[in-house]
Design a protein around this ligand. Structure first.
Ligand code: RB5
Length: 141
């Protein structure tokens, strides 16, 4: 299961991603926000991460103005490996090498077309394990 969340700065991007996922027949949970009213991004980031740590979802996508605030909050939570990306290579490699489980995107940074490409690259990539697992274990511990 995929879980999505945004603040007001990432709301429109989250809407576009949800439409994109629906078109692909993918299921997701939306933890808000649900309109463009101002909301504090740490509340949404923590809500989304709790869906992953409780195992209701495996993968999360967080959108705020830059993607940075969301990634800072998410990375403070044990078991969350969040990557703020703005290029498709990083979005793919952070899954393959870092086993990232949350993608953070900037609604005020990225165009919709590029953002959807980042989402597809992230969701379609697989963790390679091996030496990368050893490295992930080194910081998860
Ligand atoms: C909200 O104005 C903005 O600060 C937030 O969306 C995000 O960019 C924080 O990192």
């Amino acid at each position: 299961m995929i879980v999505l969340g945004s603040d007001h700065g990432g709301f429109e991007l989250k809407e576009a991603i949800m439409k994109h996922l629906k078109e692909q027949g993918k299921e997701f949970i939306d933890v808000g926000c649900y309109n463009t009213d101002s909301v504090d991004y740490p509340i949404i980031a923590k809500k989304l991460c709790s869906k992953i740590t409780s195992k209701e979802a495996e993968i999360g996508i967080l959108c705020c103005g830059t993607g940075i605030g969301m990634s800072m909050v998410a990375n403070k939570i044990r078991g969350i490996r969040a990557a703020c990306c703005s290029d498709t290579f990083s979005a793919r490699l952070t899954r393959m090498h870092n086993n990232a489980n949350v993608l953070c995107l900037g609604g005020r940074v990225l165009g919709i077309g590029l953002a959807l490409d980042l989402v597809d690259n992230f969701l379609n990539a697989e963790f390679e394990g091996g030496r990368h697992q050893r490295r992930v274990d080194m910081f998860e511990d």
